[in-house]
Design a protein around this ligand. Structure first.
Ligand SMILES: [Zn+2]
Ligand SMILES: [Zn+2]
Length: 384
């Protein structure tokens, strides 16, 4: 490939490959719902090259020095130039390439307002605010045993359970101690250019060079990560939420709403639960498994101790683990899918007094303002 040109954006150097990338040999197409990093890794294995080499050959825009391979917003969003060049070098549709990015959820589960690909600070703000894992992912070891494909939705904050295998998703690797799918995030050299061909059955997080050891990739076998079985009811709730996330009909307590409103309601209800739910409510909720109850209570305890110390309440943050997300899914679903507005109101009344005023009630949870259907063009009977 020709030498890279560079431009300065937001105080950082962005390398622009100066030539149109050559068309690669036939590469495997993305699997349904597959994440971008997962696909790059599979292409790397197929072509017997390192992931960093693939990123260079497909022409992704990278940040930093010539030695480092750090694609701009890797797996979060594609720059216009990256989309064009990857399309040209692989023959894949731009729409398919964009659907592999976290940004595919920008107008629904996630709110990407204020996001600017050329401004790293805006990405940091987004990653602190939105309910998603921007540099890592959760995973179902049983799915990965069958096929080494990591769906994008495993990166969402509401990702708790694999609906297929009815297990809690896994957050961290016990061998390297890092979050799964961290890959080379945070490593100064970015994606590996050498280190041999990937073994897709392994964790592959990049381990720093330790004294006396060479730099390497974590060799934990993913299929051997221990899992926790969950009730079918919780798996079903996760499936319902994913259905809405992927554009299915959204309704709060029977009232149709837009996708973004639905998830705004979920986040508010999660904040309310974190602020006001009592341990007996967790105990009485059949979809809450002990691991989820423990994670939820630990978060509440931590927050309440921090509050006494004067720290800001952080009830609005993304669930820190799949177990915590499972408790959130179980508790909030009781309200989101409540049979009536009355049922929703009476349940919310228990939590609401504890919610900090910095969390305004979304319109779709309020009964004091007139209800507006998200799609006024449709007659009442045809609205979904
Ligand atoms: Zn699975
Ligand atoms: Zn590992």
């Amino acid at each position: 490939m020709a030498a890279a040109a560079a431009r300065h954006v937001g105080g950082v150097v962005v390398r622009l490959p100066s030539a149109v990338p050559r068309r690669l040999p036939t590469v495997p197409g993305p699997a349904p719902e597959e994440s971008f990093a997962s696909w790059v890794d599979r292409v790397a294995v197929d072509l017997e090259l390192a992931p960093g080499e693939i990123v260079r050959r497909v022409g992704l825009e990278c940040r930093g020095s010539d030695r480092a391979v750090r694609p701009v917003c890797y797996g979060v969003a594609l720059t216009e130039l990256s989309a064009r060049r990857v399309g040209a070098s692989t023959g894949l549709d731009e729409a398919d390439l964009r659907s592999m990015q976290l940004a595919r959820y920008a107008d629904g589960v996630l709110d990407f307002s204020g996001f600017d690909l050329s401004d790293p600070a805006s990405v940091t703000r987004l990653s602190q605010r939105e309910w998603a894992l921007f540099t890592a992912t959760r995973a179902c070891p049983q799915c990965l045993r069958e096929v080494p494909v990591w769906p994008v939705w495993w990166r969402l904050g509401i990702a708790a359970v694999c609906p297929l295998h009815r297990v809690l998703l896994v957050d961290t690797c016990p061998t390297c101690g890092d979050r799964l799918g961290l890959g080379s995030a945070g490593h100064p050299n970015g994606l590996p250019m050498r280190l041999g061909t990937l073994d897709l059955s392994r964790c592959n997080n990049r381990r720093s060079r330790e004294r006396g050891h060479r730099a390497s990739l974590c060799d934990q076998t993913l299929a051997e990560l221990p899992t926790t079985t969950v009730p079918a009811e919780l798996a079903l709730l996760q499936e319902r939420l994913l259905g809405v996330a992927h554009g299915g009909p959204a309704a709060v307590a029977g009232r149709p709403v837009a996708t973004a409103e639905f998830f705004a309601a979920l986040r508010y209800l999660a904040a309310a639960a974190r602020a006001g739910a009592e341990s007996d409510e967790l105990r009485d909720c059949p979809a809450v498994v002990p691991e989820a109850a423990e994670a939820f209570s630990a978060d509440q305890g931590h927050r309440r101790r921090a509050l006494r110390g004067g720290a800001r309440a952080k009830v609005g943050m993304s669930p820190p683990s799949a177990a915590h997300a499972a408790a959130i899914v179980a508790l909030t679903s009781q309200l989101l899918f409540a049979p009536s507005r009355t049922a929703l109101r009476s349940r919310l009344a228990r939590w609401q007094p504890a919610v900090p005023p910095s969390h305004p009630v979304p319109d779709c949870l309020r009964d004091d303002i007139p209800y507006e259907h998200p799609d006024p063009g449709l007659p009442e009977g045809q609205q979904t």
